[in-house]
Ligand binder design. Structure first.
Ligand code: H2U
Ligand code: ZN
Length: 355
């Protein structure tokens, strides 16, 4: 173990969840930057936007009515990527042209009636409502015998392709395991068979012991910049208890999940004093009727920003053709997130304290 060298010389790091490598080039952080400067999209200041499809009482794009909801609101996506009914389809030629039918249920979940209320700005009570809605949706969708995987994810910000600033997430429930959860599933099972313990329980234990990449934690959750992070400020939210899904959390743990999500998203916003864009999502155990004891509930945050509110990392060149690569070390990224603090920058001037 030669930790100092990891901070200074080019090397590769192994991602045990996906069984792949990422290149780390710490010496390159000194090179000059002549890249793109993007304009920062202004945050929406209005609590209600008459033109927003997701604000209470408004008509959606296809003419359907969004009700006067007061907490969260979940509806079937009007433009779903998958449909619950699919005609049988098996296409195979020479093992090279292979196609299969896929079925799914796609939903949208609005976090709040307020158009401007993003996760870091929500109260703990409001966040608890969102977490309860996630757990309820997971349970309800898992009830369908043909649903084998449920992906809850949020795209925040135009930079990540969010189509609407109104805080919301999507839920895609599918008849088969998507690529990345399938690889994680293999890794969890393999690790358990080899070591007779859980990959992420052991990883969390190491991270808490070493304290090199821990950003924040409470009694039930910890946030780390994973050793194998690809995106500059990527984080992993780990439950401290070995459970597989959100609907296994106790009431107290749901509150603590709200606390940790609020704290990490405040840190993100503070980092470049902007509404920090990201894709985040929970990886929960497959719902195919198997027990999946090896699976450990976690969430990934994948934010694209690198140097400022306007300079992002692109996955291009070597990353598309070879392996992902990063310059800023995960350790340095964790330090930056620790230093970013947990009082939202918009509250600092007003001198407000956290609830
Ligand atoms: P994103 O912002 O992550 O793209 O999610 C918004 C989803 O909301 C998107 O999948 C759906 C889009 O299909 N949507 C509706 O179902 N109805 C609408 O009126 C607008 C958007
Ligand atoms: Zn709205």
């Amino acid at each position: 173990m030669n930790f100092e060298k990891l901070l200074s010389i080019p090397h590769k790091r192994f991602n045990p969840l996906l069984s792949e490598w990422v290149l780390v080039s710490p010496h390159r952080t000194r090179r000059p930057w002549l890249g793109k400067m993007e304009k920062v999209p202004a945050a929406p200041a209005v609590t209600y936007d008459p033109n927003c499809y997701l604000c209470p009482g408004n008509k959606r794009a296809n003419g359907k009515q969004t009700p006067q909801y007061v907490e969260t609101y979940t509806f079937d996506n009007d433009y779903p990527a998958l449909l619950p009914e699919a005609e049988p389809l098996q296409h195979e030629q020479h093992g090279l042209l292979v196609g299969q039918a896929e079925r799914g249920i796609c939903r949208v979940l609005c976090f709040s009636p307020r158009h401007d209320l993003t996760v870091p700005r929500m109260s703990l009570r409001e966040l608890r409502g969102v977490i309860d809605a996630w757990a309820d949706q997971f349970s309800a969708l898992a009830h369908n015998s043909w649903i084998r995987h449920i992906q809850i994810f949020e795209n925040r910000g135009e930079l990540m392709g969010a189509s609407n600033p109104h805080p919301h997430c999507q839920i895609w429930a599918t008849a088969s395991l998507p690529n990345l959860p399938a690889r994680e599933n293999e890794s969890f099972r393999y690790y358990r068979a080899e070591k007779h313990s859980c990959l992420l329980c052991d990883y969390l234990h190491l991270e808490l012991q070493r304290n090199e990449r821990v950003v924040c934690q409470n009694e039930a959750f910890a946030v780390v910049v994973p050793f194998w992070a690809v995106w500059p400020f990527e984080t992993l939210v780990l439950s401290k208890r070995h459970i597989g899904s959100l609907n296994q959390l106790s009431g107290e743990e749901c509150d603590l999940l709200g606390d940790i999500l609020r704290r990490i998203t405040i840190r993100y916003d503070n980092l470049f004093e902007t509404a920090f864009p990201y894709s985040m999502g929970f990886h929960q155990s497959p719902t195919d009727g198997e027990s999946h004891e090896a699976w450990h509930l976690h969430a990934h945050f994948f934010p694209p920003l690198l140097r400022s509110a306007t300079v992002r990392k692109f996955m291009v060149g070597y990353e598309l053709l070879g392996s992902p690569q990063r310059d800023l070390t995960p350790e340095a990224a964790a330090q930056r997130l620790v230093a970013a603090g947990e009082t939202h920058y918009l509250d600092r001037a007003a001198g407000q304290s956290q609830p």
